[in-house]
Write a protein that binds this ligand. Structure first.
Ligand code: ZN
Length: 233
């Protein structure tokens, strides 16, 4: 790991994805944290354009910073979808400054958004491991577990009901109370049924109206050409 001056408000440390840059002191929103630097690559030079590594920072169509040198400590900064810093790209000065966009506390990992192109090419295929995405996945997993449990409980209730019915069939005398319960339910269903039927009836009425209209429309369109032909004749 590169040596970092004590005065700097960051250190390189272990993060979820390997190494990362962490604040060692509180960093105020808007403060310049570090410069992302390295050799400038010219896309017009074939040799330069052929260079490929994880630490390329595109300034514009022509210039890219090759940040792979060890001295470039900013290269340890990981991507985050909801970051606490940003990359302030100054293409004319061919410079990139990493700046805090939130108040960062000591111990917090510093990160910035690498941008859509990088995300699509490198992070989406393996799944982004930033805090926001981890949180989202955790929530989705919890929801999936809850849904599984709900279905399991539903199946268990169904099985219990079936077992209960089987027991009733054998007992005989227990039939009355359950029939009452069933009756209440069918009452509800019957009500629903009525509702649905009336809707259906309305639907039919409306449909038939449409049919009539359509027929009359056809009749008029048929009549027209005859008149026209008469006129031309
Ligand atoms: Zn993410």
């Amino acid at each position: 790991m590169p040596a970092i001056s004590q005065n700097k408000p960051y250190r390189v440390g272990r993060s979820r994805t390997g190494l990362g840059l962490f604040a060692t002191k509180p960093i105020k929103k808007g403060t310049k944290i570090i410069r992302y630097f390295g050799r400038l690559l010219d896309s017009r030079k074939k040799k330069d354009d052929a260079i490929e590594n994880k630490y390329l920072f595109e300034l514009n169509d022509r210039w890219t910073i090759d940040g792979s040198i060890r001295k470039n400590v900013a290269r340890y900064i990981n991507h985050a979808c909801k970051p606490n810093a940003e990359s302030d790209v100054q293409p004319r000065k061919r410079r990139v400054i990493i700046r805090a966009i939130k108040n960062i506390e000591a111990g917090e990992e510093i990160n910035y958004d690498y941008g859509t192109d990088y995300f699509k090419a490198y992070l989406k295929p393996i799944g982004c491991k930033c805090d926001a995405c981890e949180k989202k996945r955790k929530k989705q997993r919890a929801e999936a577990r809850a849904e599984k449990l709900r279905l399991k409980q539903k199946a268990e209730r169904k099985a219990q009901k079936a077992a209960g019915k089987l027991a009733e069939g054998k007992g005989g005398s227990k039939k009355l109370p359950t029939q009452k319960a069933g009756g209440a339910k069918t009452n509800g269903k019957r009500l629903n049924g009525h509702g649905a039927k009336s809707v259906l009836a309305n639907g039919r009425a409306v449909k038939s109206e449409i049919v009539v209209k359509a027929k009359s429309a056809k009749a008029t369109t048929r009549a027209k050409p005859e008149r026209e032909s008469l006129a031309t004749a």
